[in-house]
Design a protein around this ligand. Structure first.
Ligand SMILES: Nc1ncnc2c1ncn2[C@@H]1O[C@H](COP(=O)(O)OP(=O)(O)OP(=O)(O)O)[C@@H](O)[C@H]1O
Length: 338
């Protein structure tokens, strides 16, 4: 059996303490060929005899880079050496050549493979370094605590499939060192070096600058901040959900075409007594439930202002045409302008 390193011990402990994986789980590992996901695959393989998992590897070929086919072949060869099942998904021409478009297709393809092949957990190689970068990226674009806590340990993707990120306490430096020690060849993704992407500039320029000029532990500290915010956000979201339920009264269904849309009546007097943080979150949850697109900062602020606004105040239409207005003690959100 492979000699356990401190990294094996750390991962084993994280998995147990956080209840991320269970013995006997059927786990699909998303492997790009980069150092993080290769490190994850090798670590899980080393831990497998203790946990009795059923492991398999999935790779998504975006057909985007000129080396994408040999990249996929390389992951397949390694998988064969590891004697694990291998699943490849190749993108068609319809997949947009943007980071966001590629990501969306990838999660969709990975989920579809997992469900088809009967895997109940999908794991990715996101690290502490990704968490720090995501926090900075979202901070610069403007976000509340929700954006800063980005990258959770686990999330239900569908009723039968959970996404788990076991390496969120491991840095990119550690995954690099591990691959070197184990002599695992890393497939270098040339687009990672392209600093025209803001994410790469954060990785290549901003974080090294902050580390040298401000604090050598900045990456770790940012990741810890993300972890603290995660628990805060979870708590606040639960409280806001309860507040919203209290403030909601009868809903009046309106039949419109083949769709049934809801007019929501929200009691302002109940919202008024709650702290501003919960008022905002409760109304954002309401807008999320009712609008076709996630509401932005201004839209949530407009709704929140209605709590104290004079009677008959009305908002401009939200995307999709819904408007909100004040009637006495109530905020009324209706699917269309009156
Ligand atoms: N082509 C791929 N095939 C399979 N898995 C992949 C692929 N690309 C990325 N992954 C998985 O996603 C993890 C994160 O990769 P990366 O940071 O490049 O993506 P990202 O777009 O920033 O991810 P996310 O949007 O989910 O934060 C990898 O460690 C790996 O597990």
């Amino acid at each position: 059996m492979t000699q356990w390193t401190p990294l094996h011990v750390k991962l084993h402990r994280t998995l147990r303490q956080r209840g991320l994986l269970s013995p006997g789980d059927r786990i699909l590992i998303a492997v790009s060929g980069g150092q993080d996901s290769l490190c994850l695959a090798q670590l899980l393989l080393d831990l497998q005899p203790k946990w009795n998992w059923h492991l398999a590897i999935a790779h998504c070929d975006h057909q985007w880079r000129s080396d994408s086919t040999p990249n996929a072949k390389y992951v397949e060869t390694l998988t064969n050496q590891w004697q694990l099942p291998f699943f490849l998904q190749t993108a068609g021409t319809e997949v947009p050549h943007t980071e966001a478009g590629a990501r969306e297709w990838r999660y969709h393809a990975l989920s579809a493979t997992a469900q088809r092949e009967g895997y109940t957990t999908l794991v990715t190689g996101h690290t502490l370094s990704d968490r720090a970068e995501t926090l900075l990226f979202n901070l610069i674009r403007g976000t509340g605590a929700d954006g800063l806590q980005a990258l959770s340990w686990d999330r239900q993707l569908t009723p039968n499939l959970r996404l788990v990120r076991p390496l969120l306490e491991v840095s990119r430096q550690e995954t690099g060192r591990f691959c070197q020690q184990r002599e695992i060849t890393i497939w270098e993704d040339a687009t990672n070096l392209d600093i025209t992407y803001s994410r790469n500039r954060i990785r290549q320029e901003l974080l090294p600058y902050l580390t040298q000029q401000f604090n050598p532990g900045v990456e770790q500290h940012l990741a810890q901040t993300a972890e603290l915010l995660r628990a805060d956000v979870e708590y606040l979201e639960t409280q806001a959900g309860e507040l919203l339920e209290q403030a909601k009264s009868q809903s009046e269904p309106i039949v419109k075409g083949e769709f049934t849309q809801m007019t929501q009546r929200i009691n302002r007097r109940i919202l008024e007594t709650a702290p501003l943080a919960l008022q905002r979150r409760a109304l954002r949850q309401l807008l999320q439930q009712q609008l076709p697109k996630a509401p932005n900062y201004e839209q949530v602020e407009k709704m929140t202002a209605l709590i104290q606004a004079p009677n008959k105040t009305q908002t401009d239409p939200f995307p999709g045409g819904a408007t909100a207005r004040v009637e006495g003690d109530w905020i009324i959100l209706s699917p269309e302008r009156r």
